[in-house]
Design a protein. Structure first.
Length: 304
């Protein structure tokens, strides 16, 4: 065997050894992965995300996927001659758009199930409508009615828990029933956050189109590996977090305050981003935590 081949094997062995304490810490813990953004549009990235989640399952974690599909919805809306309209970052959803959104999200959902099944992992695709998993109220943005868009009022975890307990990976489409029993579209970040809080998940991971949270948004070297909720509040107050990242960080803060142990902002454009964030000392994104709780070894390392 050549020296180069032996060095490659040793690197792989050391990577596995580095992952051992995290595999131990996260065994049998629930992890919610919000899957969206560019990772859904690139075939190779898409396959890598599904492989990452499959591996989480195989090493003893209890993963749940909550997926979006906004760009695909916009594509189909345009095909029927409508123009996508957004208010405050939320899609204005009339009755016809709601039908399109549900059709597209269910199609995406079953495709993700198909991909997971191809890896030999049992997966079950559901929407928030099934078994009353997500119940919502009509959402208003600055007092404006934006149609069939929902704010999560209640999460019933019984179906998700049943699937987890029977060795399935639940894959959840963010469509819900209102208390008026009409169908509503739900922002996938909001749905993932609500499910993670209801499950008291160990981790909630947002796959995004950014590397994480920066102290200075104009300086790529200022990426923050570990961020307490108090520090996150300070960054918001100081105007360091804005745009589309602002509601995401507010979701993260709410999730941690509600019992989710760790929330991760990860660049979904990177290959095997989940594994790199969860199972290496430095990680690749930003972990938002409650500083009053015990830190994992890699979080102590990241703060040095």
């Amino acid at each position: 065997m050549g020296t180069e081949n032996m060095e490659e094997i040793l690197i792989k062995a050391n990577t596995l050894i580095e992952a051992l304490p995290y595999i131990r810490d996260f065994n049998n813990k629930t992890v919610v992965v919000k899957y969206g953004g560019s990772a859904m549009l690139d075939k190779r990235l898409e396959e890598n995300v599904i492989k990452d989640v499959a591996l989480l399952k195989l090493i003893g974690m209890r993963p749940i996927i909550v997926h979006g599909g906004g760009k695909e919805i916009s594509k189909w809306v345009s095909k029927v001659g409508k123009e996508a309209e957004f208010v405050g970052g939320f899609r204005v959803t009339d009755e016809e758009t709601m039908e399109i959104a549900e059709m597209v999200l269910n199609r995406v959902n079953k495709y993700l199930v198909q991909m997971m099944q191809s890896l030999g992992i049992k997966a079950a695709g559901i929407s928030g409508k099934d078994a009353g998993t997500l119940v919502v109220d009509k959402k208003y943005v600055n007092g404006q009615d934006i149609g069939y868009v929902g704010d999560v009022h209640h999460v019933d975890t019984s179906l998700i828990d049943t699937l987890l307990d029977h060795d399935f990976i639940p894959i959840v489409a963010p469509i819900a029933l209102g208390r008026d029993f009409k169908s509503y579209n739900v922002n996938a970040d909001d749905a993932a956050c609500a499910i993670a809080m209801a499950e008291k998940a160990e981790k909630l991971a947002f796959l995004t189109d950014t590397e994480g949270v920066y102290k200075d948004p104009s300086d790529p070297s200022s990426l923050i590996s570990v961020l307490s909720v108090d520090e996150a509040d300070e960054l918001i107050e100081n105007g360091c977090i804005g745009g589309g990242m602002l509601p995401k960080i507010r979701n993260c803060i709410e999730a941690v305050h509600s019992g989710v142990s760790r929330v991760h902002i990860i660049d979904g454009r990177r290959d095997h981003c989940l594994l790199l964030e969860f199972f290496t000392q430095k990680g690749i994104g930003t972990a938002i935590i409650d500083a009053d709780k015990k830190l994992y070894d890699h979080e102590i390392f990241a703060q040095k």
